[in-house]
Design a protein around this ligand. Sequence first.
Ligand code: ATP
Length: 361
Amino acid sequence: MEIRIRGVSKYYYSEGKTIKALDDVDLTIPANQIFTLLGPSGCGKTTLLRCIVGLEMPDSGEISIGDDLVWSKDRNISVPPEKRGLGMVFQTYAIWPHMTVFDNVGYPLQVRNVPREEIRERVAKTLRFVQLEGFEGRPATKLSGGQQQRVALARALVGEPKVILFDEPLSNLDAKLREETRKELRAFLGKLRITAVYVTHDRVEALALSDSIAVMRAGKIIEIGTPQKIYFDADHRFVADFIGRANLVKARVRAVEGGLTMVDCALGAIACQRRDVAVGSEATLCIRPEFIQVVGGEGKAGPNVVNGRIDSLVFVGEAYEAEIRVGDELLLARIDPEAKLGEGDAVSFTLDPAHCLLVAV
Ligand code: ATP
């Protein structure tokens, strides 16, 4: 079910100050996708999610879920959360410790006075789906963190919601469990074909889970795209920088020729993937560390060949992370542990224009 958000702003008032948590947000979340709101702490992700759920009232704008207008400031429409047909999974799971797994999952049906036999069937079906069959009688606290998370997911799904919303649901798990649970969640959601809205500030989680990512800053959506588009082909410097490690170098556009845009920068004249930017304008050249593949010694002059020197080298397991000094720039690169290179060595690398991305300053 599609979610449409139009002109939504939200202010908070605290200690005599006004905080603009959402700034005129327009957003369409497509049906049956995993759609992630990603951004730094305080950018408004949770506020936007809470506005969709109905736990916050926006100060302007409209929100529709499928064909239902659930919020309109101008038309004075405010559908309460329990009538919006949504399921929600929180960071803290919010499962009840004094109840069994069965009672936790069945609770949303119980409060709707669903007949007992139907509750039994639907809980059993949902527990099967999240692979917790046989755990019905277990007190909810006597489960691992990952299993508790699945109970929370089951409880959100048991009412067969049109949309499911997640607010940083994995952030209480340790790194390894978080990775496993992320995979499980992706598989569960893939099977369900349901609209899922997911809030996180963890870029790896966003990349691994999402069909689409909306990157937010200061109450606004900055850019929306697939994980690949956001990582490899962002339009904005903020987005390119936030989604992964990036070398960002100031550049000036020299020419746009064929499939390439040529820039002058501290690395020399560099051919980049084509961006239609005005000749003479300033831009930022973005190069991911994994695309800087250094070889020892000085390179023969040629297109996109850059010479530098290893400033520092740190072993991180699967690779060395090196800082390469090129003039005044320090570039982060990954170096094969087999390469016999050390700090102070002269190195060179050739940049593939396909991996030289120009973003707005
Ligand atoms: P995080 O990742 O840290 O949870 P977020 O992106 O979800 O952050 P929000 O929780 O939506 O951000 O907050 C957006 C802004 O609104 C922040 O500046 C926050 O301090 C402020 N804010 C949120 N809730 C309230 C509130 N109840 N009262 C006052 N200010 C609030």
